[in-house]
Design a binder for this molecule. Structure first.
Ligand SMILES: Cc1cc2nc3c(=O)[nH]c(=O)nc-3n(C[C@H](O)[C@H](O)[C@H](O)COP(=O)(O)OP(=O)(O)OC[C@H]3O[C@@H](n4cnc5c(N)ncnc54)[C@H](O)[C@@H]3O)c2cc1C
Length: 385
């Protein structure tokens, strides 16, 4: 049961604003460090972008290697262990599976690009995952492997990697809540109106309190919350939409992720298949647009004929946080060292949130942490100005 705002302890070690995937991982890591934690959400756990239906955990293309790619790779590898631990502690499944990914190769030009990515994977990726499963990038000419769906535009062949995985976002959030609920105070329907430079948290109901530290993990709304302190907008929201389908044919269960031109098809192992997603910078609200669903259905059928005739089980829309410098933003607020921001993971947050949380907690505890320089608040401020 979530607590009421009048049950917030006066001076917890840490207050986390936002109960999405970032906030919940932060709460778990804080508890593991022995800190008293209050996590506050203006609505309910998972009401933001984290409560969606896709859950692709896909690596960046392993070329033009950067610190950010290394961070993401490390995160995707370590997530396997983190999830195994979470599942064994809670007895709940997160719907995680290193299912791999296939992409259609439609031309010789695209084949050359895929060969580069394959070469990059040999240089950058480990040979095996934590569980010992081999990690590689393969190119298959001609027909798909037995069991894979046929992809319409695979004129040349298929690109396949075993690094990509999937998770059920809602199951992950449920397991995280289960793991923290006996020690952390979770306060729902409680809006944080502002935070002072000294880290005093002001609630919409007129009360305020002073925790030891504050982590701002309010998704795209982090940027508005931090605007008065930074005097600039550190990022913005990008609306996205997805649809959950029940395919006409049962043989679609437990396929690799299918990815092409911004469309993901994720078979969740329960017979349902999520298709997404769209990106809209200018939007009025986070409501589902039926026309967009129609476009997604069309894209799914064009990519993968086996999805034609599927029935819609759920339509879902959410707003992703996109920081000004493109990379996530994780760091102390300049001039307000007790306020830490962890947001802006955009399309890859589900795969890196636990590592963003590790870094945020290292800042809270004032211990060294390795973060790409581009994640620093100052870097994003420079891009925003
Ligand atoms: C259609 C779509 C598909 C996606 N697919 C994938 C995918 O396949 N893989 C992937 O890795 N990522 C995906 N993403 C991106 C991912 O979902 C987000 O980047 C991620 O969920 C952001 O997590 P978060 O915890 O930062 O924010 P959120 O989940 O948005 O959580 C923020 C929370 O803060 C609360 N809050 C906001 N303001 C306040 C306030 N003032 N006071 C108190 N509480 C507040 C909100 O109510 C919310 O619950 C997708 C996003 C969308 C929209």
């Amino acid at each position: 049961m979530a607590a009421q705002s009048n049950q917030i302890p006066a001076n917890p070690d840490l207050v986390i604003i936002g109960a999405g995937v970032v906030g919940l991982w932060c709460a778990r890591k804080a508890m593991q460090s022995g800190l008293s934690v209050v996590i506050i959400d203006k609505q309910q756990v998972g009401h933001g972008a984290s409560g969606g239906i896709l859950g692709a955990l896909m690596p960046h293309r392993p070329v033009n290697w950067t610190e950010t790619q290394a961070f993401q790779l490390d995160a995707l590898m370590s997530l396997e262990t983190e999830i195994a631990r979470l599942e064994s502690e809670t007895g709940l499944s997160c719907g995680y599976n290193r299912c791999g990914r296939i992409m259609p190769i439609n031309s010789e030009t695209f084949l050359a690009e895929h060969r580069q990515w394959q070469a990059g994977s040999k240089q950058r990726w480990p040979a095996a995952s934590v569980s010992g499963a081999p990690v590689f990038w393969d190119i298959i000419h001609g027909v798909p492997r037995p069991g894979w769906p046929r992809l319409k535009s695979a004129y040349v062949g298929y690109s396949f990697d075993t690094m990509s995985a999937r998770v059920n976002p809602r199951s992950l959030l449920k397991a995280l809540v289960h793991a923290i609920k006996h020690e952390a105070v979770i306060v729902e329907n409680c809006w944080v109106e502002s935070i002072s430079e000294t880290g005093r948290v002001f609630l919409a109901n007129g009360t305020s309190f002073s925790p030891g530290h504050v982590i701002v993990a309010a998704g795209h709304e982090s940027f508005a919350l931090l605007r008065p302190a930074l005097n600039c907008q550190l990022g913005w929201g990008v609306k996205g939409q997805a649809v959950m389908l029940r395919p006409a044919r049962e043989s679609f269960a437990n396929q690799p992720i299918i990815y092409s031109g911004g469309t993901y098809v994720i078979s969740h192992g329960d017979g349902l298949v999520a298709v997404g997603s769209t990106s809209t910078k200018a939007f009025k609200d986070d409501r589902v647009d039926e026309l967009v669903t129609h476009q997604l259905m069309q894209r799914a059928g064009e990519l993968c004929p086996a999805l034609a005739g599927a029935t819609i089980v759920e339509q879902w829309a959410g707003i992703r946080p996109r920081a000004a410098g493109r990379d996530p933003v994780v760091g102390r607020l300049p001039g307000a060292p007790d306020i830490i921001v962890a947001s802006g993971g955009f399309r890859i947050t589900l795969g890196i949130a636990h590592k963003m949380a590790d870094a945020a907690l290292a800042l809270v505890r004032d211990i060294p942490c390795q973060l790409p320089g581009s994640f620093a608040v100052e870097k994003h401020v420079a891009k925003a100005s």
